[in-house]
Ligand binder design. Sequence first.
Ligand code: SAM
Length: 204
Amino acid sequence: MAEQTVNLLLDLDATDDRDPVLDWTEVFGVNQPVELEIGIGKGRFVMEAAAARPHTSFVALEWAGKYLRIALERSRKRDLRNIRFVKAEAREFVEFFVPSSSLAAMYILFPDPWPKKRHHKRRLIDAAFLREVERTLCPGGRLWLATDHAEYFAVMEDILASSDWLYPVHAEWMGVRTNYEDKFLARGMPIFRKVVERGGREPV
Ligand SMILES: C[S@@+](CC[C@H](N)C(=O)[O-])C[C@H]1O[C@@H](n2cnc3c(N)ncnc32)[C@H](O)[C@@H]1O
């Protein structure tokens, strides 16, 4: 069922050189708020959100095909119409395909912490990615972060504190627990959460 996935292949016959930025209204067939979850795993969080909020469109991104296939299959069984699955690397997808000021929310829940110092450069959340978050969230749009990893969380907090556009908000955490969250809670590990909101003007 191709309609639940987003085709990122470019039209090589196109004669113009426009950027491949997606048009959400075209992608979903409806003009309503769009939310993106990055690294959905098997997709429990995003699918529950899509089922609970049919008047919001959800982009579900994951680069691991084995997880994405499970999520897509479950979503088909539930006949969720307001969700699209993307198999892509998160940084590239956001940078090249997500229009500016187009997301009402972005969720990054239990991103890979890459605990070894020599692997820190593989972490998703860094200063460059923060610029993309600032660019793609609409005014009032929110970034929702959760991790079990104290050191990565401290890094995230430092990076977020450097933003002129994102402000911490005390939002009640919403949605269901993710698969990883269940695992970490079962091991008695602490969960760190942060929600920030984009201010009202356009970042340059
Ligand atoms: C620790 S798991 C968490 C999964 C899910 N959010 C949860 O809480 O159960 C991290 C997920 O992010 C995906 N991922 C990590 N880096 C990614 C990237 N750069 N682009 C797309 N997906 C990524 C992984 O394949 C994995 O499924």
